[in-house]
Design a protein around this ligand. Structure first.
Ligand SMILES: *Cc1c(COP(=O)(O)O)cnc(C)c1O
Length: 394
């Protein structure tokens, strides 16, 4: 291990992203871990004796990233890297017993929701969706008067793309009191902004594709837990279901992680500026950004996040002869600098109308644009959004 738990505790997370997951400080060792391309390893002993065995069980290129992510999330164990965020979701869902109950935000990431719906459709689990910002409603779903208690509470905060804020500590407590496991999708915040394990979450999930890797060039996922039994079960699931990361992608994720603190600092600062200006623009019908004092999630976000992230969602106002949905599409078409593309968390600013995806729940407004603020100059970003909005009136 590059950094001991003691060192991690003494260092700022902004330093840990740079210092964690390095090869040993020995003469002629490389300062960056190499990419190991091998599907099998020399060894004849039992795999649980420490032999790596086969490439689906382990790869040395995964480990520095897993170690760094575990340390950043404040876990006592390394994380687990997966081939995608959804492969990690699949592994996390495998912790629900057959016929068990999953409580999930109505506005969870659409892919996670689709997977839960598929499992529920086959009768493998029971799915209850709920407005995650409504703490009393979540408690009710966890243990309804008549019905069975939940087995897993899925949290996403802020939610994608509605930016609802869950009270993670209170909900984790409520879930544990009925015996449910708590999994928090921390993709939007990263461990630099929010540490769900500290609020009682049992497992943290990341789409590493987004901020952690940060350059829109890989698809990866991860899980982190401090519970050795849970980690073993998840590792077993990854090994036999096969959702493993390619070594090149794992290497890129660690490379991206090195600049996470700088990227977060810049993109959060720009998001705050853009949110203020968007909120005052006549073409914006409504805005969600937890950093705005007027946002319904502001106080809760302030209490559990360090900063407010860099995702903003806005609804574009309709005008005579132009629906909000069409106006939103026109804004996207008029962008010169922002990339009209899905995904988020990269160095480049991205914007899309979420309902263009048929999988997006109908409760997401059709005139909603999700903005992922990157690291470009904030005035350049604003100039482009402003001209695209102003073009609606020309
Ligand atoms: C993108 C995303 C996922 C899915 O991750 P992939 O890497 O695309 O499989 C899960 N949760 C959230 C919040 C996301 O934004």
């Amino acid at each position: 291990m590059t950094l001991s738990q003691q060192q991690v505790a003494a260092l700022s997370a902004e330093t840990v992203v740079v210092a964690a997951g390095r090869p040993p400080r020995e003469r002629n060792e490389p300062v960056n871990p190499p990419v190991v391309l091998s599907s099998t390893y020399f060894g004849t002993g039992p795999v649980d004796s420490g032999d790596r065995g086969y490439g689906r069980y382990s790869n040395p290129t995964w480990e520095p990233f897993e170690e760094a992510l575990g340390q950043l999330e404040g876990a006592e164990l390394p994380g687990l890297l997966y081939s995608s965020g959804l492969a990690a979701v699949s592994s996390a869902f495998s912790l629900i017993p057959a016929g068990g109950i999953l409580v999930m935000p109505t506005h969870s990431y659409s892919g996670s929701l689709a997977m839960a719906q598929e499992l529920a459709g086959k009768g493998f689990i029971e799915l209850r969706t709920v407005d995650i910002a409504d703490t009393e409603a979540v408690k009710e779903q966890l243990s309804p008067g008549e019905g069975k208690a939940a087995n897993m509470l899925w949290l996403e905060s802020p939610t994608n793309p509605m930016l609802g804020i869950a009270d993670i500590a209170v909900l984790a407590d409520a879930a544990h009191s009925v015996g449910a496991l708590v999994v928090t999708d921390n993709t939007f915040s990263t461990p630099l902004v929010q540490q769900p394990l500290a609020f009682g979450s049992d497992v943290v999930l990341h789409s590493v594709t987004k901020y952690l890797a940060g350059h829109s060039d890989v698809v990866l996922g991860a899980l982190v837990t401090s519970d050795a039994g849970l980690r073993e079960t998840l590792l077993q699931h990854r090994s036999i279901h096969g959702g493993i990361a390619g070594p090149f992608e794992a290497w890129l994720a660690l490379r991206g992680l090195r600049t996470l603190a700088l990227r977060i600092e810049r993109s959060q600062a720009s998001a705050a500026v853009l949110a203020e200006r968007l909120g005052a623009h006549p073409r914006i019908e409504s805005i969600r950004y937890p950093g705005l004092e007027s946002d319904p999630g502001h106080e809760r976000a302030k209490a559990q996040m360090k900063g407010f992230g860099s995702i903003i969602s806005v609804q574009i106002a309709a005008s005579p002869g132009l629906s909000g949905e069409d106006a939103a599409d026109r804004v996207i078409a008029a962008l010169d600098l922002w990339l009209p593309a899905t995904s988020l968390g990269g160095v480049e600013s991205l914007m899309e109308r979420r309902r263009r995806h048929t999988a997006e729940p109908a409760s997401v407004p059709d005139n909603l644009l999700r903005l992922s603020v990157g690291i470009e100059d904030v005035e350049d970003l604003w100039a482009d959004v402003a001209q695209a909005l102003d073009a609606l009136d020309s």
